[in-house]
Design a protein around this ligand. Structure first.
Ligand SMILES: [Zn+2]
Length: 190
C-alpha cells in the first residue's frame, strides 16, 4: 500500500537525519522568540512560504493550523491552544492569517457528505449524528469571504472571556503564491 511506502520512506530518512545530527541547526526552546502565536491554514502552499514571508525561523512563533484558519468554537481546541500560548508559553500577540484561494472558501457541506458516503460512511451514521443534535452541515461549512472570516475569528479571540484585554489580535490574509500580506485588522488600533 502506498501509505506504508510513505511511512517507510519517512522513517528511513528520519534515521539519517538524526544520525547526522541535522537537528542541531534547529535547536531552540518551546518559548517563541518573537512572543507571538499565529493561527493559520493547513494549506500545503503555506508550509514553508508563510514562515519565510514573515521572516520567521525555528523557535520564533507558536503556529496553530487548521482548515481555513478558523476559530469555529470559543471553547474548542484552537481557542484553548491560543490561551495556552498566551498564558503558559509567553506569547504576547496573536495573529490570524487566512489566505486567498483557500479550500474552505465557498466550501459547502453537501459535496463533502457525498464523498463521505462514497468512502463508506452510511446514511444511518449521518442520521444518528443528526438525532444526537450535531448539525453536520453547519459544522462542515467553510466561509464565503476570507476577510469576513478573519474578522470573525479575530472577534472571537479578542472578545473571549478568558483572553486578557491587553493582548493585540491582528488579522491578515496572505497570498499563497507571492506571500504578500494584506492587513485586515491592526490589533494595536483596536
Ligand atoms: Zn486554506
Amino acid at each position: 500500500m502506498s501509505e506504508q511506502k510513505l511511512l517507510q520512506e519517512i522513517l528511513t530518512y528520519n534515521q539519517k537525519f538524526v544520525d547526522h545530527h541535522e537537528y542541531e541547526k534547529y535547536e531552540t526552546t518551546k518559548y517563541p522568540n518573537k512572543k507571538m502565536v499565529i493561527l493559520t491554514c493547513m494549506d500545503t502552499r503555506l508550509l514553508e512560504l508563510l514562515p519565510k514571508a514573515l521572516n520567521l525561523g525555528n523557535g520564533d512563533a507558536k503556529i496553530i493550523k487548521n482548515a481555513g484558519a478558523l476559530v469555529s468554537h470559543p471553547f474548542g481546541s484552537i481557542m484553548r491552544s491560543i490561551l495556552i500560548a498566551v498564558y503558559e508559553l509567553q506569547a504576547q500577540e496573536v495573529m490570524v492569517i487566512a489566505h486567498h484561494d483557500c479550500g474552505m472558501s465557498g466550501l459547502k457541506a453537501e459535496p463533502v457528505l457525498k464523498h463521505m458516503q462514497e468512502q463508506g460512511i452510511s446514511e444511518e451514521t449521518l442520521k444518528t449524528l443528526a438525532f444526537s443534535g450535531i448539525n453536520i452541515k453547519t459544522w462542515l461549512h467553510g466561509f464565503d469571504n476570507v476577510a469576513d472570516s478573519v474578522i470573525h475569528s479575530v472577534d472571537i479571540i479578542k472578545n473571549h472571556p478568558l483572553m486578557p484585554s491587553h493582548v493585540p489580535v491582528h488579522g491578515l490574509v496572505i497570498n499563497p503564491k507571492t506571500g504578500k500580506l494584506d492587513l485586515i485588522i491592526d490589533g494595536y488600533q483596536e
